[in-house]
Design a protein around this ligand. Structure first.
Ligand code: HEM
Length: 419
């Protein structure tokens, strides 16, 4: 089995899709000893399990580490876990729906539609710079700055501080790879500490002087929190877990999650997507000839080379998959990249077809944690791809890109292009 799944091998990560095909052919679940996880490669299973309430992103809402048969993380990793475990993505009911309801308000179709002119203007400015230079690194020049600027704008991060976000995010995201090293953990802990302190300061500033941004809106939800204190007195801003409110730690953690989730995958989808297009000149030519293909093209690029290859779930109550009983306390690795190439769900799954009309890819997840930012990501991708198609119709690759190390988060180091 191990020969079919080698997440630390550059050969496997460069093109994991043939191995996924063999994994799907040889069973519905596979025990992977190095990470002590059950791998799930089929679309139908990944899709059903994401909606299955017997699984959780966390188990801490129901069990202690010891009750669940797990070793607690070392105390020195605490700053990372405090930050990570209190964000919306790593909470389950009843905390998850309480916070999701508050944050969803910032991502309604109307709010996202209102961002469109800003996103288009930013995309146009970035592409104009590449055009003036006659080329550049598409990753650093367009793919990265656009989503970072948009999410920073939404949260109200001052321009002068935006350079801090990428390095903090990269260091924290290192922990989402399989079996992170001690060095990775150390960097994530430092970044978690610094990022949390930074946001605590910003929250204090916004509390004194609210703005129109999402942080100010979350503070308003926090300040609204009235709790009945001793003797029946009402206390403002307790930040407790009353209905529909959030605590200060949850606010910090959710802001960090939004800032990280709000750009990391979109950056990689943009750069990986263009690399895929350059490797499929006939499809790129079809798209250049007919820009109305753009909406289906964006969906297909997200399916064909899935930017987030895997998500994990804890088994909270025994389940059975294809005749194998998976006991409570186990961990599943849901292979999104494999699910998106499953011939049981997609016609000609290994063919890049930018006009693919029926495309229920799993790239944004499913169930209660379905990506809150999907409409925003789609808007950003349409804006940058559209602008590059219009303004850089001769753009081509100017060097061979390399994958960054890592399996879960799939991205290139740089994408050199010339016009
Ligand atoms: C959750 C993918 C962009 C915010 C998720 C999940 C996936 C995902 C797969 C669910 C993870 C799970 O179930 O374990 C992506 C991809 C993106 C993208 C592929 C870009 C192409 C964004 C953007 C934002 C965002 C732009 C926000 C500004 C979130 C949030 C969650 C989430 C807040 C947690 C939702 C919850 O737990 O209820 N994303 N995302 N994402 N995403 Fe995205």
């Amino acid at each position: 089995m191990n020969a079919l799944f080698e997440p630390w091998s550059p050969v496997f990560t460069a093109d994991p899709y043939p191995a996924y095909e063999r994994l799907r052919a040889s069973g519905r679940v596979h025990w992977f000893e190095p990470t002590r996880q059950w791998l799930v490669p089929h679309y139908a299973d990944v899709s059903a399990l994401l909606r299955d309430r017997r699984l959780g992103r966390t188990y801490l809402h129901r069990f202690t580490h010891e009750e669940f048969g797990r070793t607690p993380p070392p105390p020195e990793h605490e700053p990372f876990h405090t930050l990570n475990d209190n964000g919306i993505l790593d909470l389950e009911a009843p905390d998850h729906p309480r916070i999701r309801r508050l944050v969803t308000k910032a991502f309604t179709p109307r709010t996202v539609a209102a961002l469109e002119p800003t996103v288009r203007r930013l995309a146009a400015e970035l592409v104009a710079k590449v055009k003036r230079a006659g080329g550049g690194d598409l990753l650093a020049d367009v793919a990265e700055p656009l989503p970072v600027a948009v999410i920073a704008e939404m949260l109200g991060i001052p321009h002068s501080d935006r350079g801090l976000l990428r390095p903090w995010s990269a260091d924290i995201c290192g922990m989402f790879e399989l079996n992170p090293s001690e060095e990775t953990a150390r960097r994530a802990v430092t970044a978690s500490r610094e990022f949390s302190a930074y946001l605590r300061g910003l929250i204090a500033e916004r509390r004194a002087k609210p703005g129109e941004d999402l942080i100010s809106a979350l503070i308003a939800a926090y300040e609204d929190n009235e709790e009945v204190g001793p003797g029946g007195s009402r206390q403002k801003g307790g930040g407790g877990r009353g209905a529909g409110r959030l605590s200060e730690q949850e606010m910090i953690s959710t802001c960090v999650l939004l800032l990280n989730a709000g750009h990391e995958a979109t950056v990689n989808t943009t750069a990986n997507g263009w690399w895929t297009l350059f490797r499929h000149p006939d499809q790129l030519a079809a798209l250049r000839a007919d820009h109305s293909l753009l909406p289906t093209a964006v969906e297909e690029l997200m399916r064909y080379d899935t930017p987030l290859q895997m998500f994990e779930r804890w088994v909270l109550d025994d389940i059975e998959i294809g005749g194998t009983v998976i006991p409570r306390g186990s961990e599943l690795a849901l292979l999104f990249g494999s699910a998106n190439r499953d011939p049981a769900r997609f016609d000609r799954p290994d063919t890049l077809d930018l006009s693919r009309a029926e495309n229920p890819h799993i790239t944004f997840g499913a169930g209660i944690h379905f990506c809150l930012g999907a409409p925003l990501a789609r808007l950003e991708l349409a804006a940058s791809f559209g602008e590059l198609l219009r303004e850089a119709p001769t753009m081509r690759l100017a060097g061979e890109p390399e994958w960054k190390p890592g399996y879960v988060i799939r991205g290139v180091r740089e994408l050199p292009v010339e016009l």
